[in-house]
Write a protein that binds this ligand. Structure first.
Ligand SMILES: [Zn+2]
Length: 271
């Protein structure tokens, strides 16, 4: 399975000289199986560039959303395949508390965006999944609930015998009752080849941002160690985190087991 990062920034796009190396686009990750089947994770602004690359063919696409916060859906109106008449796009929403599964298209209401969903040429279906485990072509998918305002879904995805966990916008130690406990997280990500985990905050951000639904980098590192994952990718960087600061974090956690990487736009991994 190939993993390619198109957007790694949390909360809001951050163009500028201080963020250009790691990138300023909001979350979007593409998984491709050995057979060439694709699965897109989240639809932040990073999906715009992915969409341009996908114009080379008109294969059916599946978009798996973690939740409907703006930074995870705001790229969809700019996703070029949605404007291709020959294209079919299936959107699987995250398991959010309020269940507003149409949010990704509702943002195109005319009040927030000029093109209405009915004007999109592609065949677009929003199909919520009830089960917490299902097969989608080459991808075997498990999900569990995020500790995040409004919740949403984390995914554990296996293809070609390799496993990835995508856990973003998740607070490992929330101040209120959590939806997924620390023990459940350990079980959910246990032994994965690649863990992509939220690491938006540092110790200095606390206690102000306690309860905002994100984790400290150090908490994600401890989870990865205890769950014996093979590689950890810190994701959903804080909008104020500069390239230099991310370099420092990479250095701080270098040489550890498991390997710790800071997610960067354009980065490709194979597992
Ligand atoms: Zn969120």
């Amino acid at each position: 399975m190939q993993i390619k990062f198109y957007g790694v920034r949390g909360s809001i796009p951050t163009p500028g000289v201080d963020t250009q190396r790691y990138g300023g686009n909001t979350p979007c990750v593409l998984l491709t199986s050995q057979n060439g089947q694709r699965l897109i994770l989240d639809s932040g602004t990073g999906i715009r560039l992915l969409g341009q690359e996908l114009l080379a063919d008109t294969a059916d696409l599946v978009l798996l959303l973690s939740h409907n916060h703006w930074d995870h859906i705001q790229g969809f109106p700019f996703f070029a395949p949605a404007y291709q008449a020959e294209r079919s796009i299936r959107i699987i929403p995250g398991n959010t508390l309020n269940g507003q599964h149409q949010a990704i298209l509702q943002q195109m209401s005319g009040e927030f965006f000029p093109v209405a969903p009915e004007q999109l040429a592609a065949t677009i279906r929003i199909t919520p999944v009830i089960e917490d485990q299902w097969q989608l072509g080459d991808f075997q998918i498990q999900r569990c609930r995020l500790n995040h305002p409004g919740s949403g879904s984390a995914y554990r995805i296996t293809a070609d015998g390799q496993t990835l966990a995508y856990v973003t916008d998740n607070e490992l130690f929330p101040p209120e009752q959590e939806l997924t406990s620390r023990g459940q997280w350990l079980e959910f990500v246990e032994g994965v080849d690649v863990l992509i985990h939220d690491g938006q905050y540092l110790e200095a951000d606390m206690p102000t941002k306690l309860g905002w639904g994100h984790s400290l980098v150090s908490q994600a590192v401890v989870l990865a160690k205890e769950a014996q994952v093979k590689k950890l990718v810190i994701f959903s960087h804080d909008p104020d985190r500069s390239d230099q600061q991310l370099d420092q974090l990479a250095l701080q956690f270098s040489g550890q087991q498991p390997e710790v990487l800071m997610a960067r736009e354009g980065m490709e991994l194979w597992c």
